[in-house]
Design a protein around this ligand. Structure first.
Ligand code: FES
Length: 678
């Protein structure tokens, strides 16, 4: 490298913010490489792939001491002109391989370089990440065979890859060796090699080979949930999500909740195999669907990332999950898993690789690790709580200094099971509800019907869908609203004396229930329903409190609610119920499918794989079953919102019923749930 002087142009790359001085005449792509800024390049600087596009931000950037202008780049040369003529260069874009630095610059590296007018569909989450995928596409021109030099075709290909791309010690997938001669000849000695290199210290490996310039490569990122599976197909070269699809997990037919699936494996000799097969079949179906939707060939998928809770993770890999069914909840493997996709029954390209994020603990899985990566409690100073509520709540609490994690056996109540009128979120289910504190009458909204129940048009629409039950998010709301309206006490007892005020309070033997809707289906909230939710929320809150104890904090700064349930619950009601600790409501956010986002991050940037591997090693795992204080927290958390904890942020925005003095908690509240409900 030439000597750098202070008079050399200063170049700042965005969004990475990396900067450096380079001699006049340095190609922009070289400058990026030297600074470790990832700029895609398939053609190796021949100005044919168009992947290396950048643009210049013009103006004076006082903070950086840079005055940047388009004419601080060399003018359009013949190579770029040819590319523009043949393929079209978008306004303001330059090919960084063919453009030299002439003066100070702020260079934008766009993350969306769309080539071949690729169809792009908006995914639910369009977050853009810095890219550095494990797969690189490398175009080379290979020397033709020569009688004088008896080197094999593959060896000459390797020599070309070493000379042009600096892959000096390349491994080669065996499946390519029988095909290499044919591919080289088909491409007239011009080929594109797909090179896989995950860790920096891994040996690079040739995993696929295409004749000519192959300017496409794709990857899938997938979250295998126990109820639903969500998959994204992304371009590894542009980072764009090309298609997304989801399906329900077919393992449901073996058992609704995770533990019943483990029991199925324990009771049936072929159970594990049947469940592995079921999930792989569903994944293959989804791969077919995202490929069809995105107009992508299955063989062009070269990398894949999967996450799931420990039991899904094991069943997907074909590992017997029996050990996860009881203490000490031993994982067969907790670290990241790398495997060839064809070895786990996912035919794509013969060279496609699969990466599974590490699991945090025996019941805090790779999905929680992915959600952690996505939301980044470990990257910031504030104390952040991340909760993924399913039949087993996975909880992560921490900041850049320390991160702790646990799971809490919440049971299936939040999903509508164990609730008399509970049902999955589907048309006909009540999803929002309000109770008038004066009349004690409810008004509600039903999935599939736009107006609320007291608005014109509701009755006609409801006649079509029916009003069939209450889904998980509304169960939280109805119990919180009942509490706010004085229908239930802070100990969760449905108050029978309210029957004087409203015919909606019904007596069932020694307890009472609240009538939400009387129609073809009678929808009530019973005392048992309230108890089931109290038990579930108390388990979750007690887990959170244990983690707060470990961190030595009495409040959290931010809360992220992950997963489908977290997307739909109203944070205010979750707090009224005491499901989550007190926090500024503006800082409680649904983070959507954070696990899927984390998987996509690992697909598009192998640096994130290292980040989460390192983070998971550092996360302290807390086993709630072994913590003596869990019981005490659980008992207090049976009350609404809590027997002992104050909710000052919540009280500032909502009038909570007056609290009675802390009393001895009832024995019923202390009933410990068995982890078997996970
Ligand atoms: S590297 Fe291919 S066009 Fe620049």
């Amino acid at each position: 490298m030439a000597d750098i002087s202070k008079r050399d142009p200063l170049v700042l790359f965005m969004p990475s913010g990396k900067r450096g001085r380079f001699p006049v005449g340095t190609p922009v792509l070289d400058a990026a490489r030297q600074l470790g800024v990832y700029v895609e390049s398939v053609c190796g600087g021949r100005a044919t792939c168009g992947r290396c596009q950048v643009s210049v931000q013009e103006g004076h950037f006082a903070k950086h001491g840079i005055t940047s202008a388009n004419d601080h780049l060399s003018p359009l040369g013949p190579k770029e002109e040819r590319y523009d003529r043949v393929r079209g260069l978008p306004e303001g874009r330059r090919l960084s391989c063919s453009t030299q630095i002439l003066g100070d610059l702020v260079v934008d590296v766009p993350q969306d370089t769309v080539i071949n007018a690729q169809v792009v569909r908006k995914a639910a989450d369009e977050r853009v990440f810095d890219r550095n995928p494990a797969i690189r596409m490398c175009y080379v021109e290979v020397e033709e065979p020569d009688m004088e030099k008896p080197l094999g075709d593959l060896d000459r290909l390797k020599a070309a890859l070493a000379a042009e791309w600096h892959f000096d010690d390349l491994d080669v997938d065996f499946h390519l060796i029988p095909k290499v001669q044919q591919i080289l000849r088909k491409g007239e000695w011009k080929v594109t090699a797909a090179i896989h290199k995950d860790r920096d210290d891994d040996r690079a490996r040739l995993v696929a080979l295409y004749p000519g310039l192959k300017n496409e490569a794709y990857g899938i990122a997938c979250d295998i949930g126990s109820t639903t599976i969500a998959m994204h197909l992304s371009s590894l070269l542009s980072g764009r999500t090309v298609a997304s699809a989801g399906t329900s997990n077919p393992q449901i037919r073996f058992g609704e909740d995770l533990m019943s699936r483990v029991s199925y494996v324990m009771m049936n000799p072929d159970g594990r195999e049947a469940m592995t097969l079921a999930v792989r079949e569903a994944l293959n179906g989804l791969i077919g669907k995202v490929c069809a939707d995105g107009g992508v060939s299955r063989a062009d998928i070269l990398d894949s990332v999967f996450v799931g809770n420990p039991i899904m993770h094991h069943l997907f890999l074909g590992i017997d999950p029996t050990e996860l069914g009881g203490a000490p909840f031993a994982l067969a493997v907790s670290g990241a898993v790398k495997v060839r996709s064809s070895e786990i029954g996912l035919p794509m390209n013969d060279g496609t690789r699969t990466y599974l994020l590490p699991c945090i603990a025996g019941h805090v899985g790779a999905d929680a690790a992915a959600a952690t990566l996505s939301e980044g409690p470990h990257r910031q100073e504030e104390m952040m709580l991340l909760v993924d509520i399913g039949t087993n709540a996975e909880i992560v609490l921490g900041n850049s200094t320390r991160v702790v994690a646990a799971s809490s056996p919440t049971g299936p109540a939040f999903e509508g099971a164990e609730i008399s009128s509970g049902q999955r979120a589907a048309p006909g289910a009540i999803e929002r509800i309000r109770i008038d504190a004066e009349t004690l009458d409810p008004r509600f909204r039903v999935i599939g019907i736009e107006p609320w129940s007291d608005e014109p048009g509701f009755a006609d629409a409801a006649a079509a869908t029916g009003i069939t039950g209450i889904c998980g998010s509304a169960i939280i709301e109805v119990i919180a609203e009942m509490y706010l309206a004085g229908l239930i006490s802070e100990d969760g007892v449905v108050d029978g004396t309210m029957a004087e005020r409203s015919p909606r309070i019904l007596q069932n033997g020694r307890t009472f229930s609240y009538l939400v809707h009387d129609g073809e289906q009678r929808i009530t909230v019973t005392q048992n329903d309230v108890r089931a939710i109290q038990l579930a929320k108390a388990a979750l809150y007690a887990g959170v409190k244990l983690l707060m104890d470990k961190q030595g904090v009495d409040h959290v700064d931010r809360i992220g609610l992950a997963g489908a349930f977290g997307t739909f619950i109203d944070p205010k009601y979750a707090m009224v119920l005491g499901l989550i600790p007190d926090c500024d409501l503006g800082r409680v956010k649904s983070v959507g499918n954070a696990a899927g986002t984390g998987a996509r991050m690992c697909l598009l940037n192998r640096g994130y794989r290292r980040e989460i591997e390192e983070t998971v090693r550092r996360i302290e795992k807390i086993e709630t079953a072994l913590e003596p204080k869990f019981q005490e927290h659980f008992v207090y958390a049976m009350a609404l919102p809590n027997k002992v904890d104050a909710f000052p942020h919540l009280a500032a925005v909502i009038t909570l019923p007056e609290r009675k003095a802390p009393a001895e908690a009832s024995g019923e509240g202390g009933r410990r749930r068995r982890r078997g409900r996970e």
